[in-house]
Design a protein around this ligand. Structure first.
Ligand code: NDP
Ligand code: GDR
Length: 343
């Protein structure tokens, strides 16, 4: 038996898509994982319930702590107590369309939340490696392909908040010699993707229409071009960034381009349907300013981290549709974890 102490990670946003996959990955690598969860009137830990063991057990690898990125003093207390080796800041109001409805809240969480966490690291006087979940939305209107040197031109309150977080992370790296990196991740999806993001909205609807429990699907701009990858592979890139000798920023993407229309094609074909018969337009899903095309050049991540994406958009759509079909068979739950039904 090794007497080396396990590494300890602190993850904000652990109840989200990426947080759940990252927690899984780190636990599989022997980490002790601590996650921040928000107090809500009902529990929303469904993506991580399968990782949770009785906290009284000595085998517990996952510990959850109440807190919020808007509550700076709580973050200081938590980091001082937990003393993590790695901090992953994944928490955010992450929906671009919603950020136009709630710009101030989005700025507070997605923007200022990052400096609260960085300050907490500094005030707790801990030596950590820090990951910031930056986004291709920062490139916004700048035409593709986009890499680490592409100028930012955000097109939403969300994108603007992420630009702030990007720069404050770089500033803490330069000013305080902190090992702090930005992962500039392009869209990545999975069966655990939130149901109001376009891919999941489509795959869920395809499954439901095929099963006869939904008859139409209302959507916005079908011409948007995105570079959609597979979330479990992207959290591996996050971890690799923190294992590298030097702290620096990386684009993570597949370097492929598909339209929302293409994603509809791949998904409805999987259940043998023609999407054009079911999809209707609703202007409420348009954004006041749209991001037309995001296609990432992840050469630096390929070269320095040895990271390569394997699942490309057409296969991703199939994985997601198959999961949504299974989820319906399992009694209409919103998503079925791979571990729950491949067994
Ligand atoms: P999700 O929307 O699935 O998860 C967001 C997480 O943030 C949830 O756990 C949510 O908690 C938590 N959260 C929200 N507000 C707060 C707050 N004030 N304090 C504490 N926690 C909060 O996002 P993803 O997993 O898809 O993305 C992870 C991160 O990566 C986000 O920062 C996102 O902006 C960024 N990103 C995502 C990309 C993608 O394609 N998925 C691409 C590039 C960047 P709760 O469950 O309580 O709501
Ligand atoms: P995005 O993802 O804005 O790229 O942000 P989303 O899936 O919401 O939209 C992608 C594109 O699809 C178009 N679209 C629709 N979008 C939604 N949600 N609903 C619709 O009905 C619809 N119809 C068309 C959108 O206009 C857009 O062009 C995601 C989030 O995960 C961010 O947190 C992350 O930073 C970026 O990806 C990279």
């Amino acid at each position: 038996m090794s007497d080396q102490k396990p590494k300890r990670a602190f993850i904000t946003g652990i109840t989200g898509q990426d947080g759940s996959y990252l927690a899984e990955l780190l636990i599989s690598k022997g980490y002790e994982v601590h996650g921040l969860i928000r107090r809500a009137s009902t529990f929303n830990t469904s993506r991580i319930d399968h990782l949770f063991t009785d906290p009284h057990s000595t085998d517990a690898k996952l510990t959850l702590h109440y807190g919020d990125l808007t509550d700076g003093s709580r973050l200081v207390t938590l980091l001082s107590t937990i003393q993590p080796d790695e901090v992953y800041n994944l928490a955010a109001q992450s929906h671009v369309r919603v950020s136009f409805d709630e710009p101030e809240f989005t700025g507070d969480t997605t923007g200022l939340g990052s400096v609260r966490l960085l300050e907490a690291v500094r005030l707790a006087e801990i030596d950590v490696r820090y990951y910031q979940a930056s986004s291709s939305e920062m490139f916004g209107a700048t035409p593709p392909p986009q890499n680490e040197d592409t100028p930012f031109y955000p097109r939403s309150p969300y994108g603007a908040a992420k630009v702030y977080s990007y720069w404050i992370t770089r500033n803490y790296r330069e000013a305080f010699d902190m090992f702090a990196v930005n992962g500039i991740l392009f869209n990545h999806e999975s069966p655990r993707r939130g149901e109001t993001f376009v891919t999941r909205k489509i795959t869920r609807a395809a499954a439901r229409i095929a099963a006869g429990v939904q008859s139409e699907l209302y959507m916005g701009n079908l011409d948007a071009i995105r570079d959609w990858g597979y979330a479990p592979e992207y959290v591996e890139a996050m971890w690799r960034m923190l294992q590298h000798d030097e702290p620096q920023d990386y684009v993570v993407a597949t370097n492929t381009a598909y339209t929302v229309r293409d994603f509809l094609d791949f998904s409805f074909q999987r259940v043998g349907l023609d999407w054009q018969k079911y999809v209707k337009f609703d202007e409420r899903y348009l954004r006041p300013t749209e991001v037309d095309a995001l296609i990432g050049d992840a050469s630096r991540a390929y070269d320095l981290l040895g990271w390569t994406p394997r699942v490309k958009t057409p296969e991703l759509a199939q994985i997601m549709v198959d999961n949504d079909v299974k989820a319906l068979e399992f009694g209409g739950t919103t998503w079925v974890d791979e571990v729950a039904w491949t067994a």
